[in-house]
Design a protein around this ligand. Structure first.
Ligand SMILES: [Zn+2]
Length: 66
């Protein structure tokens, strides 16, 4: 009678290079999340008094040069 068609489940391919999440706004690239090079935690972005990334886990701070 009728042949049963085997449906292959669509496999979701894991994205490569998605450690950093970029958002493109106004021709400038804003870094949303940054991982601490020391402990791997998500770092917090601070603008004042100077732009920097700070890790709340190990207190690692990376200053951004303007
Ligand atoms: Zn850290």
């Amino acid at each position: 009678m009728s042949q049963e068609k085997e449906k292959k489940p669509a496999k979701k391919k894991p994205g490569l290079g998605t450690l950093y999440d970029y958002s493109y706004e106004k021709k400038s690239i804003k870094l949303k999340n940054r991982k601490c090079p020391r402990c791997g935690n998500i770092m917090a972005h601070h603008m004042n008094p100077s732009q920097r990334w700070t890790c709340g886990s190990c207190s690692y701070t990376d200053y951004v040069k303007a």
